[in-house]
Write a protein that binds this ligand. Structure first.
Ligand code: AHR
Length: 499
């Protein structure tokens, strides 16, 4: 396979949005309890937050974190999670058939967010609740006037408002599994009315309307159109959610999953702009890709428990990620970056233990999954403007997507610093690719560093027993002056720094 790329200023898409590197913490399985929070753990601070996890979150380079769900939020009473801990009720979490002890709530999350150096992004419950509870939560979080809820927050030890800017108006309301699931029209109405009320409190909020839970939802397209017809001028974003997994041993199709992701994004952009045209609106609605990842939904560990017991923080959705999974994650990041003109926020789902780049053992270690590396490298190196590149190389055949070019890539260019970064995946299941990167149009002439994540076994992974089995290593650089040449192994992710 030969794939040639030229980095050109004419292909600038948009500035890199830091919010592209967002993540997600849901009260689900062990994401919160024994994930970010585990009082009594040797690494826990005085509030019970695991310092080893905080270190990994910072290393991952996470910008925003969406909270507290997910499906969980659609049955959540936020008031249960504030105030003296011993008075907080334990509740049935109907989304994940668990017992929610409410030891962590809004105030703890905000404290953790400050420690992690991330921007919190909140979701309100539009499943079992409505406008009033959403406005109350907003007032509790951001209120400055001497109102009862702002005072309650101060009395709970947090006099300073949290100033949360981004708010999700519910979660996956198109999904029949969602508590309080709605038709597009019903949801569009409650989203519009909630947005109107929240904007009466603070007109500068950034509000996210629920789009589709996946590109293959039967209501996809019509859902977005109907919701936006109700709420267009009141919201700033439409959400997208998408998870991929290898099915029936079809590695080639799995590696080519981003073919679907690119179409999904383009279709949502078109739908948004259609509604804007019909409404003669000059308001720009963008995309918040606020759940994306590899998730083995078809495996038994992803099934929601249904026994007689209601466990606290059971191990759910603890997928162990392979090299192939990391390549798909890296390719999803490439797609999000190349759509930076319209995808201006994103959240990988999720952060710790639950389909996550970071794993922990209760009372034990924390470690990096394979998928940690494409995220941390892209977050660390993507600076300046995004430069679009087209996937290249002689196509390989896939059952699900037809012929697909094997090498996909995107670049970023920091004009002022005189540096660039190139992120590449070789999605071919078996063949190496020889790649050239012509940096001359950017006035650059040096390959500063290049690393590759790969393995002879595409299913190799990291576990508690072997946490460093898969880590990025030096890339195979064939030669370089102002045209870098690299060899990308089959099923690999490569990050290149140029200067
Ligand atoms: O991230 C796991 C779950 O996936 C979320 O709770 C839900 O929003 C989605 O279906």
């Amino acid at each position: 396979i030969q794939a040639d790329f030229t980095l050109s200023p004419e292909r600038a898409v948009a500035p890199v949005n830091r919010r592209t590197f967002g993540s997600f913490v849901e009260h689900l399985g062990r994401c919160v309890y024994t994930g970010i929070h585990e009082p009594g753990h040797p690494a826990a601070d005085e509030h019970g937050f695991r310092r080893d996890v905080l270190d990994l979150v910072r290393e991952l380079g996470v910008s925003t974190v969406r909270y507290p769900g997910g499906n969980f939020v659609s049955g959540y009473r936020w008031e249960d999670g504030v105030g003296p801990r011993e008075q907080r009720p334990a509740r049935l979490d109907l989304a994940w058939h668990s017992l929610e002890p409410n030891h962590v709530g809004v105030d703890e999350f905000m404290s953790w967010a400050a420690l992690a150096g991330i921007e919190p992004m909140m979701a309100v419950n539009l499943g079992t609740r409505g406008v009033q509870e959403a406005v109350d939560l907003l007032e509790y979080c951001n209120g400055t006037a001497p109102s009862a809820l702002a005072r309650q927050r101060a009395a709970n030890g947090h006099p300073e408002p949290y100033g949360v800017r981004m708010w999700c108006l519910g979660n996956e309301m198109d999904g029949p599994w969602q508590l309080g699931h709605k038709t597009a029209h019903e949801y569009g109405r409650i989203a519009a009315e909630t947005a109107r009320a929240m904007r009466a409190v603070d007109p500068d909020l950034e509000l996210v309307a629920c789009g589709s839970s996946a590109s293959d939802m039967p209501t996809f397209g019509e859902w977005e159109r109907t919701v936006l017809t109700e709420a267009y001028d009141l919201v700033d974003y439409v959400s997208l959610h998408r998870y991929y997994e290898e099915r029936d041993g079809d590695l080639a199709s799995f590696l080519a999953s981003v073919t679907d992701l690119d179409h999904f994004i383009d279709a949502v952009v078109s739908t948004i702009d259609h509604v804007a045209a019909v409404k003669r609106s000059r308001h720009r609605v963008n995309l918040s890709f606020d759940e994306w990842n590899v998730w083995y939904q078809s495996r038994p560990e992803s099934a929601v428990p249904n026994g007689d017991d209601w466990p606290v923080a059971p191990p759910l959705l603890e997928d162990r990620y392979s090299v192939a999974d990391a390549v798909v994650v890296g390719n999803m990041l490439i797609s999000l970056l190349r759509h930076s003109d319209r995808v201006t926020a994103a959240s990988q789902a999720q952060l710790v233990n639950v389909i996550a780049p970071i794993r922990t053992r209760p009372g034990g270690d924390a470690w990096r999954q394979t998928t940690f590396y494409p995220f941390s490298q892209a977050s660390a190196l993507a600076r300046g403007e995004v430069l679009r590149l087209d996937a290249a190389g002689a196509p390989f055949a896939t059952d699900r997507f037809g012929d697909v070019a094997p090498v996909d890539a995107v670049a970023t260019w920091d004009r002022d610093a005189g540096t660039a970064a190139v992120f590449l995946v070789n999605r071919h299941p078996t063949e190496e690719a020889v790649v050239s990167v012509d940096m001359r149009p950017l006035g650059l002439d040096r390959l500063v560093d290049a690393t590759t994540l790969t393995d002879t076994d595409p299913y190799a992974s990291n576990g508690a027993d072997d946490p460093l089995r898969v880590v990025p290593g030096p890339a195979k650089v064939a030669e370089h002056d102002d045209v870098a040449r690299l060899r990308l192994p089959a099923v690999s992710w490569t990050a290149v720094q140029l200067g």
